[in-house]
Design a protein around this ligand. Structure first.
Ligand code: HAM
Length: 407
């Protein structure tokens, strides 16, 4: 026998039971986001490496360690997309979307790739649902997007969810804060983990994210960016919070919230679930007012989020309601059974027929296994069986059979 092959490490197959839940989530996302004016969008699964190197940021783990990068036959460097936002901004600039009425609202769904160590809830190929609003810095967009993700998680029946919220201000505040934070970290260098020490210059903010006990102690007394926002940014953040408060959405203000991507300005947020282990982020995002420009487009504000479908399902009690099913069993004319199944489907019903050469007894067992509510028996004549009551009666024609089993 030939050697049995397996899916690559950190990837998975979606089998039909889970597939149905994913389709339900996809439909819920399309409904919710569509009704808020977000149009469906797709970009290529790979982009020029430059899109992510410039977009996501050189100092991030994503760019430094996690990208699946390869050369095409002409020697150009391409990368399987690790996230959606940089590609969305590339597309916004490429298609001149700044000429459209603003804001431009987009949502999309698809596979993303990060070369991380696989563990529960962390994969090398995973699925994100993503929403972005470009071309306006109105705080109502930040609030709208946060509320839409909260609603999607609720529809997905994600359990034990909490929302953390903060603001990173503008580049100037971040820069002077960065100088202050670096000086503070240097003062305490001896107490920090080696990894944090090595990155004081490149990415001092990551120190807030460390698990190392000494580093954590130091960070408790660290200066906070949220206390150093410029007046316009503080006002913007107050505007976002006021809208969330008036919508009655609970959140925790967390000045130590660190996102793993460099492009954020102003609002940042993350939804977590206590149902998940170490990888507890269901989804997150924020504002990225400089990103389109960084990718060669005009200065354009933007805000958005992405959520991990596999993690949402791990944290959820979602169940898809079973629908009425018809099983067409036959010992007589196969063509009649085939026609009945097609007619039931044409009327909007769910129909399956015997397609594995089972005995009549085996066919009825199969009807039971798929949870059929009705069976049509094609033998010498036609009969219809109600599986709940067990009642079985003859019918005169194909039309009558179809009529009897479709609601
Ligand atoms: P992110 O926080 O890197 O943000 O990813 C968003 C979500 O994707 C995470 O909360 C998690 O649920 C899921 N995720 C990330 N990596 C993995 C993985 N290896 N395995 C399974 N799930 C994963 C972004 O990607 C930003 N682009 C979000 C954004 C949009 N910001 C503004 N607009």
């Amino acid at each position: 026998m030939a050697e049995r092959l397996q899916a690559p490490r950190g990837t998975f197959d979606v089998l039909p039971e889970e597939g149905e839940l994913r389709l339900a989530l996809h439909a819920a996302a399309g409904d919710l986001l569509g009704r808020a004016g977000y149009g469906y969008f797709e970009s290529p699964v790979f982009e020029d490496t430059e899109v992510f190197a410039r977009g996501v940021g050189q100092s991030t783990d994503i760019v430094q360690k996690e990208m699946f990068t390869f050369e095409d036959k002409a020697g150009r460097s391409l990368t399987l997309r690790p996230e959606a936002t940089a590609g969305v901004c590339r597309a916004y600039a490429e298609h001149g979307m700044h000429k459209l009425p603003q804001p431009v609202k987009l949502w999309f769904w698809g596979p993303f790739f990060r070369h991380e160590a696989p563990q529960a809830g962390r994969f090398r190929q995973f699925t994100q649902v993503d929403a972005e609003a470009l071309g306006s810095d109105d705080p109502s967009l930040d609030a709208e997007l946060i509320l839409l993700l909260a609603e999607l998680l609720e529809r997905a029946r994600a359990r034990d969810v909490r929302l953390r919220l903060s603001s990173l201000g503008d580049a100037a505040a971040r820069e002077s804060y960065g100088v202050e934070l670096k000086a503070y970290l240097r003062e305490h260098e001896g107490e920090l983990s080696e990894e944090v020490r090595a990155r004081i210059d490149a990415n001092p903010l990551r120190a807030f994210d460390a698990d190392h006990p000494g580093t954590r102690r130091v960070m408790e007394g660290a200066p906070l960016l949220l206390d150093r926002l410029a007046p316009a940014d503080a006002e913007h953040f107050a505007g976002v919070r006021a809208l969330l408060d008036s919508a009655g959405l609970a959140y925790e203000l967390d000045p130590k919230l660190v996102r793993g991507l460099d492009y954020y300005t102003r609002t940042v947020f993350e939804f977590e679930s206590g149902r998940l282990g170490a990888q507890n982020a269901l989804g997150g995002g924020g504002r990225y007012d400089g990103l389109v420009e960084q990718l060669g487009g005009p200065p354009t504000p933007g805000v958005g989020w992405a959520a991990g479908i596999e993690r949402i399902l791990l944290a959820s009690d979602l169940a898809v309601a079973g629908r009425a099913k018809v099983f067409v069993s036959w010992t007589g004319e196969a063509a009649t059974a085939f026609a009945i199944a097609r007619a039931v489907r044409a009327r909007g019903g769910h129909a399956e027929m015997e397609q594995a050469g089972r005995s009549l007894k085996g066919q009825l067992k199969q009807a039971d296994r798929i949870g059929a509510t009705h069976v049509v028996l094609v033998g010498e004549g036609l009969e219809v069986k109600d599986m709940a009551s067990g009642e079985q009666r003859p019918v005169a024609s194909v039309d009558e059979a179809v009529e009897a089993v479709t609601p």
